[in-house]
Design a binder for this molecule. Sequence first.
Ligand code: SAH
Ligand code: SF4
Ligand code: F3S
Length: 445
Amino acid sequence: MKKAFVKSYGCQMNAYDAARMADVLGAEGYAPTDTVEDADVVVLNTCHIREKAAEKVYSELGRLRELKGERRRAGLDTRIVVAGCVAQAEGAEIVARQPAVDVVVGPQSYHRLPDLIARSRERRVVDTEFPVEDKFDHLPARRNRGVTAFLTVQEGCDKFCAFCVVPYTRGAEVSRSVAAVVGEAEKLVAEGVREITLIGQNVNAYHGLSADGAAATLPDLMRAVAAIPGVARIRYTTSHPNDMADDLIRAHAEIPALMPYLHLPVQSGSDRILKAMNRKHTGDQYRRLIERVRASRPDIALSSDFIVGFPGETDEDFADTMRLVEEVGFESAFSFKYSPRPGTPAAERADAVPEAVKSERLAALQALLDRQRHAYQRAAEGQVVDVLVEKAGRHPGQVAGKTPHMLAVHFEAPASTIGSVVAVRIREAGANSLTGELVQRAEAA
Ligand code: SAH
Ligand code: SF4
Ligand code: F3S
């Protein structure tokens, strides 16, 4: 049997796309494999967001070239496919830099993968068009193992933050219809999924078509998904502060399946830097927004992304970021050193922050965020919380799952609890996860 190795290097949507590419290849008779040496087709689903992520691809491709040579000497063909956002941004360059690559395919064209692979036997193919047809209409049924799943509901971005490649690699904002999303969600639930995370580069700008022909908002979509029997939990990511509409804030109080967790990137606490980043909001506007979200759902856990060392960022600007973090308080966060990306406005600026300063600021910010995360985890000790059991734990007899606030918990329980929401008393907060004990079955699967 032919085998396909598909690897994701990027965000949740990149992981979603990788899974769908495995579906496309599965429909063509390729069984999935985790062993790259065995693969007849190797797909690298790449990420262009920071230089490090993009460069990783070229070193990986160097190794694959050798593997391809070895397999050829053994009489085996290997098709090497570069997909994702680096493919979209650097299609021609990839082909020029690495002769072992057979197919380059962008994030909007991967439904054509079987055809592209077939054509690559004649000559190497680059497909980075934004096709007129919708890839979602041409993808085979989803196969999903597991209790939680991502579901793309919106793709692309019209925001053009000065540092970011996403509007170029993913194109303009497009929302899928409510019917398309509900249809995919129903299939997931039929395969045992209990938690669905609605994903989009700007998911709270969602405005897909509803059955009555009007535009649905994200809360409308959440209600439609929550109505599917078997859906226990809904999450959504990633949101932009400026699209945090009143009905979405209210939804956190009104939709029981919607989990009390919000990933709302602020990037910086300095108004000067926010302006230079083209974020179109101030630090205080973000603080007031968080107050309103907390008024609607007092126990909501917050998460954010931060960039340190954006061009022109002074010590004072950075101190504003630290102050915002202290005032808001985050359960978790991702923080990055600014990485200049070709084609973005910020990359043209001459006032780059030295690498050493970026490193210092990142270390200080991460230390503060770590302290907040640990305090949040410790505050859970002794509480009884609902846990959706996702999988077997590391030790025999253990299972692992997540709290509504996205904290990972390990505890002893039979494997039959996988897929159910159970009550767990949190015993202790460890470095990265909590331990606890089963209290009772809160709900049957
Ligand atoms: N659509 C999402 C996520 C975009 S990418 C959003 O708007 O938040 C995820 C994160 O990567 C961003 O939030 C930002 O913090 C970071 N990022 C994007 N471009 C970057 C760059 N050039 N350098 C460093 N970090 C970057
Ligand atoms: Fe990038 Fe900004 Fe769009 Fe997020 S909102 S994807 S950071 S341009
Ligand atoms: Fe990376 Fe593209 Fe996602 S650049 S973060 S894989 S949208």
